[in-house]
Ligand binder design. Structure first.
Ligand code: CU
Length: 141
């Protein structure tokens, strides 16, 4: 009996789907989301640790590739990204992953740090604020 109820409920959802689709704007594209999946905010990590990037509704490409809605990751250490269109510096606080890497290892001296992931375009420029992650705070022991 519960299965029959579930089937009826599913049928109702499927029937409603064309109506829902008709209300969506066809040209609407989902907003990109960027994050640092690992380490977690507030984590304590060893001097050398893995960083895993997260990205939704956007693509990853090597720095040399100019393709719409793609970019490569950067880690910003104890600093925020500039405005969209700003060149991301290449120094100890701005690490570039121009090969298209989606995870990496970092080695930092013991202390407390704020990390942000930023997707940059093929010219290493900030694309948009949506492609600057929320900061995470970590302690390196
Ligand atoms: Cu770059």
């Amino acid at each position: 009996m519960p299965i029959r109820f579930l089937a009826a409920a599913l049928l109702a959802v499927v029937s409603a789907a064309p109506t829902l689709r008709a209300q969506a704007t066809p040209a609407q594209t989902p907003a990109p989301e960027i994050s640092i999946r690992e380490p977690r905010d507030g984590a304590t990590v060893p001097r050398t640790f893995t960083v895993v990037f997260g990205l939704k509704n956007w693509g990853v490409a090597p720095a040399s590739v100019n393709f719409p809605r793609t970019g490569h990751f950067h880690i910003l250490i104890n600093t925020d990204a500039g405005a969209p269109g700003t060149l991301i510096p290449a120094d100890s606080l701005h690490r570039h992953f121009g090969t298209g890497a989606i995870e990496t290892t970092l080695t930092l001296a013991p202390g407390t740090y704020t990390l942000r992931a930023v997707l940059g375009d093929h010219e290493h420029k900030v694309i948009s604020r949506e492609l600057v992650s929320a900061p995470i705070r970590i302690t390196v022991r």
